[in-house]
Design a protein around this ligand. Structure first.
Ligand code: PEP
Ligand code: MG
Length: 318
């Protein structure tokens, strides 16, 4: 059956009622871009760049980063978007040379907060990304954004990196897009001003669920409370998708939910049009998409959502 699904890799992910769905890949290493293509990914929705920084004594140089990012962009070509997330370090992922001393690392100096506190390191990454952007369609994704001023600060560093590179004679891609992860409930609730400043957003359900329910995503003792379909979580996802539609900005889901076939119809019912997942899941998710009626699913899901009720997944998936 797996072979049968793979045969459909070049078939478009279009629902029965004609809605085009993007099925993109999450990767952690540049070489995984090949697997993404083999599975029929229409782009890279999340390249977790932190894996270039972990388990080593020193930070990767600008040149080393440039080569890694370029490899992914070249593999995907000039048509397929490549979303590279800036360093998401702290909390569950740590740098070799930094002992974690934060009292509460998930709420501490993590991801974009860490980058803005280490501008030299951040600028090196932004320079490498912009240099690589000539090789394809680059989208830069910023993790753990909670405040608008963080977006402004990131933009200032991007402009600085761009000016430096241009005066040094480097070419930069014409249309580099900037987006943010929606993984803190605050931004999912008050998303509109962020959408004005950004080209796209990507919902990180792994962290969004953790922060919404106050349940540590890596703590086995509370794993039963880690509920992907809690009504509050679904409302946050729905609100983000709707606001994105109103603003004409793409909204992706790149957390584990996007690759779990139990949730494909639910996410379609919430109005999602872009999924990013481990490449291996793409064929199965595509199969469900190609048999789904989004209108029917939207009606089913909306009814439950409006009442704040617990969703009946069996009914959604029926
Ligand atoms: C997420 O939080 O859902 C996500 C995609 O990012 P990570 O799992 O790397 O934190
Ligand atoms: Mg995350």
């Amino acid at each position: 059956e797996r072979e049968f699904l793979l045969l459909q890799k070049d078939e478009p992910a279009v629902t029965v009622d004609g809605v085009h769905i993007e099925l993109e890949a999450n990767i952690e290493l540049p070489e995984e871009a090949d697997a993404a293509l083999e599975m029929g990914a229409t782009g890279i929705g999340l390249y977790r760049s932190e894996f270039l920084f972990m388990n080593r004594e020193t930070l990767p140089s600008e040149q080393e980063q440039y080569e890694a990012y370029s490899h992914v962009l070249k593999t995907m070509g000039m048509d397929k978007p490549v979303t590279i997330r800036t360093l998401d370090i702290g909390s569950d992922k740590t740098l070799h040379n930094e002992a974690t001393v934060a009292v509460n690392p998930a709420l501490g100096l993590r991801a974009v907060r860490y980058c803005l506190a280490h501008p030299e390191m951040f600028l090196t990454q932004l320079r490498a990304l912009l240099r690589a952007s000539v090789h394809g369609r680059l989208r830069i994704l910023i993790p753990m954004i909670s405040h608008l001023h963080e977006v402004y600060e990131v933009k200032r560093y991007l402009t600085q990196a761009q000016n430096e590179l241009m005066s040094e004679g480097y070419a930069i891609g014409e249309k580099v897009e900037l987006g943010a992860m929606v993984e803190i409930p605050a931004i999912a609730i008050a998303i509109e001003p962020f959408l004005k400043e950004l080209d796209f957003v990507s919902i990180g359900t792994n962290d969004l669920i953790q922060y919404t329910l106050a349940v540590d995503r890596v703590d086995d003792e509370v794993v039963s409370l880690y509920d992907s379909v809690h009504p509050a979580v679904l409302r946050l996802i729905h609100n983000t998708i709707q606001a994105g539609d109103r603003a004409g900005k793409p909204v992706c889901v790149c957390g584990e939910m996007a690759g779990d076939t139990n949730y494909t119809k639910l996410l379609l019912g919430l109005g999602l049009k872009s999924f990013s997942m481990h490449p291996a899941h793409i064929p199965e998710v595509k199969q469900i998409v190609r048999h789904a009626h989004t209108n029917v699913l939207r009606t089913r899901v909306a009814r439950t959502l409006n009442h704040g009720e617990i969703i009946d997944l069996d009914a959604v998936n029926a």
